[in-house]
Design a binder for this molecule. Structure first.
Ligand SMILES: C[S@@+](CC[C@H](N)C(=O)[O-])C[C@H]1O[C@@H](n2cnc3c(N)ncnc32)[C@H](O)[C@@H]1O
Length: 274
């Protein structure tokens, strides 16, 4: 026999020294296995439960640095819940700023616009943009079959099949006509960067952008320039501002505006063709 309180204690002990907030993560895992909210756990500490082996096994997985989101198959982004699994990058909070950047560049939220997302991953950017921009049509691509499957599932969960079309393609290769706006959170980490252990579980093609990190980003910007895209908004590494500035000054007729993340690091930009 095991109570909620006792399982919570056992799971916290397994996570101690392995994750930053063992008690909080134990509660998150318990919410997942018992399908309850945090308040229920607080109010039912003496309740006897059956899912003990499952709880212990999930805590052990988490202690091996497997991201919580891959264990629970859930991720919160822009105050919405999405499905997530191995094969797609776990959306990061700073990427919410990329959405705000696109929306503020657009100004008119009712505009008829054709947006292309390059590197759709789990689909969160395209889905939130489609929710915010009611008349936008979105064409989203990725090179990863696994990511496309996860995006497809999220698009169906949000009933967005009519608004977001998915396609397997690299950068702008499969671009349809009349795209006004390209948005991307491309892989931008250098191959030799030292990474935290939990990143070991995320897809390499979602993280690494080349020897210096920004090769895929620069290739995307080059393709957008030659295809006369009006606006391009991208997330970037905090140390890639100078590279983007050099690209803009090396190409005629472009303006750029950068934005910072909540830690005041340069985190992304919008390039607009005059
Ligand atoms: C940093 S992840 C972003 C995922 C998602 N948009 C997000 O923000 O959570 C980059 C994505 O780009 C995809 N990708 C990498 N190279 C690509 C390419 N050449 N063309 C299209 N997508 C690519 C990866 O598979 C990955 O899903």
């Amino acid at each position: 026999m095991c109570t909620v309180k006792s399982l919570q204690q056992q799971m916290t002990l397994i996570l101690k020294g392995k994750v930053e907030y063992p008690s909080k993560e134990a509660i998150r895992l318990m919410m997942h296995i018992l399908d309850v909210d945090e308040i229920w756990i607080m109010l039912h500490q003496d309740e006897v439960i059956a899912n003990v082996a499952k709880g212990i096994s999930l805590a052990k997985k988490r202690a091996e640095n497997i991201p919580l989101e891959y264990i629970t198959k859930k991720v919160s982004f822009y105050s919405e819940n999405f499905f997530i699994d191995y094969g797609a990058l776990i959306p990061r909070p700073e990427t919410e700023l990329l959405i705000d950047e696109v929306v503020s560049t657009m100004g008119n939220l009712d505009a008829d616009i054709n947006i292309m997302e390059v590197g759709v991953g789990s689909g969160v950017i395209s889905i939130i943009l489609a929710k915010k921009l009611k008349n936008a049509n979105i064409f989203a691509v990725d090179i990863s079959d696994d990511a496309l499957k996860i995006a497809q599932k999220n698009i169906a969960l949000f009933g967005m099949q009519d608004r977001i079309k998915l396609c397997k393609s690299s950068l702008l290769d499969g671009m349809p006509k009349n795209i006004d706006y390209v948005v991307s959170n491309p892989p931008y980490i250098a191959y030799d960067a030292k990474l935290e252990k939990n990143l070991d579980y995320e897809p390499k093609e979602a993280l690494f952008g080349g020897d210096i990190g920004c090769e895929i980003l620069l290739e995307l910007l080059e393709q957008c320039f030659f295809k006369h895209i009006k606006h391009v908004s991208c997330e970037m590494g905090y140390d890639q501002k100078e590279t983007v500035e050099a690209f803009v000054s090396g190409h005629n007729g472009l303006d750029v505006r950068f934005y910072k993340d909540l830690s005041h690091h340069n985190r992304g930009f919008t390039i607009t063709k005059r």
